[in-house]
Design a protein around this ligand. Structure first.
Ligand code: PMP
Length: 382
């Protein structure tokens, strides 16, 4: 099998599995308990917090462990509207993650003004439109660091500076960037940041919300855990697994980013050269090292994915979260891609296990797919 769906999820590393198994067998106390077993768990939790903070250029106290980016994003969204004396107006880029976007748009029914900031044809946020949207007060601005479908990066420090000038809290969904490119929560100057462990070789169902030190953010789940910012007994095995994944990412991120960029560039060059009708979305923008979003003229995404699948290659159409649906991707539509074309888009997302032979295999399959069928012979003439 060739796995090219690393933006959907990644393989948990052996070190991650081992750390989780050890935590479950040896460190199963409740970190809130005062006895020795609980205090052991508390120490392990503190060490994991430090490891995750180190990957993100954040302080350990800024980390709130959650069940993943979906929860973190919703904590940000609903928290923003529960802060005292905040305007009922929020600003989002038009390409935020589909689940988060849906929840935000639903708030319109409750009278919240939800402003969507457009992106250009390459998927980069329109900074003039953003500046314009910031003229009026808002309770929140959310912009994702790297798009899950196209891999296109946004200029987060610049966006954060613009929002800070207006005193508007800035949230970044960095789920796709963590573990792929360096991140500094402190240097970015943002207030809130979301991530999920399973996107960088950790376990599923665990992630974090970073809340800038000194910023008070309403809690959605009461309880004394996580400094009363997120109640509920901590998912210690998951958190320990995330910490192991964070340590691994820190140790190899720079080299791996270069390696995957080279593979991605060779994949794109071969596709453009050898497969007729290929369009690569966001090609002119700065992107994640691992992500290629493309369509092939005349082919539906189902047809392409089916052919890849039959050759043992796992990929997905646009966002895995919305694949299976028949709607075109809101991200590609926001980039001005016509709906009928956007329906043909597929995403290849490379990872630690991707090698040059895999790239060659994909190119080969897509080349074969597009090769004109041999003309049917007239049976009478044979
Ligand atoms: N944000 C982004 C950018 C994502 O790619 C994803 C996962 N596809 C999420 C949020 C949600 O992550 P999870 O399903 O782990 O909560």
């Amino acid at each position: 099998m060739i796995y090219l769906d690393n933006n959907a999820t990644t393989r948990p590393l052996p070190d991650v599995v081992a750390a989780m198994s050890e935590a479950m067998q040896l460190c199963w106390g409740n970190p809130s308990s005062k006895h020795a077993l609980g205090q052991d768990a508390k120490r392990v939790l503190a060490a994991a917090r430090a490891d995750v903070a180190a990957l993100l250029g954040a302080q350990p106290v800024e980390i709130v462990f959650t069940s993943g980016a979906t929860e973190s994003n919703h904590h940000v969204l609903h928290g923003a509207l529960h802060r005292p004396a905040m305007p009922r107006r929020i600003i989002l880029s038009a390409i935020e993650h589909s689940g988060y976007m849906k929840s935000a748009l639903r708030l319109r029914q409750e009278g919240v003004e939800v402003v969507l900031v457009p992106v250009d044809a390459a998927g980069r946020i329109d900074l003039d439109a953003l500046r314009e949207s910031l003229q009026q007060d808002a309770a929140l601005i959310s912009v994702m660091a790297a798009n899950n479908e196209t891999g296109v990066l946004q200029p987060i420090p610049e966006i954060a500076a613009m929002a800070r000038e207006r005193g508007i809290p800035v949230h970044v969904d960095a789920t796709q960037m963590v573990g792929k490119l360096p991140i500094s929560f402190a240097e970015w100057g943002v207030d809130l940041l979301s991530l999920s462990a399973h996107k960088f070789h950790g376990p599923k169902g665990v992630g974090a919300l970073l809340i800038r030190k000194g910023l008070s953010w309403p809690t959605l789940m009461s309880g004394q855990q996580e400094r009363a910012r997120r109640g509920g007994t901590e998912n210690l095995p998951g958190i320990v697994g995330m910490a192991a994944a964070a340590r691994h990412a820190r140790s190899c991120l720079a080299d791996e980013a270069l390696r995957e960029t080279a593979l991605r560039e060779s994949l794109e060059a071969s596709l453009l050269d050898q497969v007729p009708g290929v369009t690569i979305y966001g090609q002119d923008a700065e992107r994640l090292p691992n992500t290629v979003c493309l369509s092939i003229a005349g082919f539906s995404s189902d047809k392409i994915l089916d052919r890849l699948e039959r050759k043992g290659i796992c990929a997905s159409s646009g966002a895995a979260c919305s694949s299976g649906g028949s709607d075109p991707s809101h991200v590609l539509l926001a980039m001005g891609v016509p709906g009928s074309v956007a329906l043909g888009a597929i995403r290849l997302s490379l990872g630690l296990d991707t090698h040059a032979t895999d790239i060659a295999a994909v190119v080969n399959v897509l080349q074969e797919l597009c090769r004109p069928e041999a003309p049917l012979q007239n049976p009478a003439a044979v």
